[in-house]
Write a protein that binds this ligand. Structure first.
Ligand code: SF4
Length: 230
């Protein structure tokens, strides 16, 4: 398993837990608003594995959980053995995913490798490929979410409320999703690093938190467990 970034201590990435966050390189989507563009594109910058192993040993007992995020972690063939190793050390595990690989999520479920999942739902079906690009298929994402429900796993679904989504889009997404235990609406922040060709998209100003809170009141009619992280 290779990693391109570490956050050594985070209170934000696993609900109610202190986490180490490990970032895998590479992604099969290409969202213009990606905040990890350097990680998804620069697969040459890999952190020595010993550094990660030493950190995990040293923080045992001080940190509750290890969050694997990306990039897209499910692209890595040795994800599940790594998660199981971390779990066997005594950590809780969380997996962040764009939901594109239901087969890998099924394996994670079968092997009980993950304690908590966070899956992105990026746009209504009709706009999914326009927003996530790279031939992103929302049916796979919805299948991933259905699997987690079917197997009664702990999870949340997250949407970044980019300015290219309007309230109608958010309502449509809430209707497309099955009833969720936790649906997080994240505010969009303009990324510092982005593709030059995306300048026009980047130039659209973000919604204010107040506007997102107003949107959330309507979205709650369709997904009662909306959560705003601000
Ligand atoms: S799915 Fe996530 S990591 Fe991949 S491009 Fe989109 S925002 Fe970035």
């Amino acid at each position: 398993m290779i990693f391109a970034g570490i956050t050594k201590s985070s209170l934000l990435d696993y609900p109610g837990k202190i986490s180490i966050v490990l970032y895998t390189p590479g992604c099969n989507f290409n969202c213009f608003y990606c905040h990890n563009r350097l990680i998804i594109e620069d697969i040459d910058h890999i952190i020595p594995r010993k550094e990660i192993d030493d950190l995990l040993e040293k923080r045992l007992g001080l940190i509750d959980s290890v969050v694997i995020t990306g990039g897209e972690p499910t692209l890595h063939f040795d994800l599940i053995p790594f998660l199981k190793k971390v779990k066997s050390m005594g950590y809780l595990t969380k997996l962040d995913s764009n939901g594109s690989n239901p087969e890998i999520i099924q394996k994670c479920i079968d092997e009980n490798a993950v304690d908590y999942y966070a899956i992105d739902y990026k746009a209504p079906i009709s706009k999914y490929e326009e927003i996530a690009r790279s031939e992103a298929n929302p049916r796979n994402v919805l299948n991933t979410i259905r699997l987690l429900i079917e197997h009664q796993k702990e999870f949340e679904v997250r949407t970044t409320v980019i300015p290219q989504l309007n309230l109608e889009d958010l309502i449509q997404m809430a209707k497309e999703l099955p009833p969720l235990p936790r649906y997080v609406l994240n505010p969009y922040r303009t990324p510092e690093v982005y593709l030059e060709s995306d300048q026009e998209l980047i130039d659209v100003p973000p919604y204010s938190e107040n506007t997102i809170a107003e949107f959330a009141k309507t979205v709650k009619l369709y997904q009662p467990n909306v959560y705003l992280p601000f």
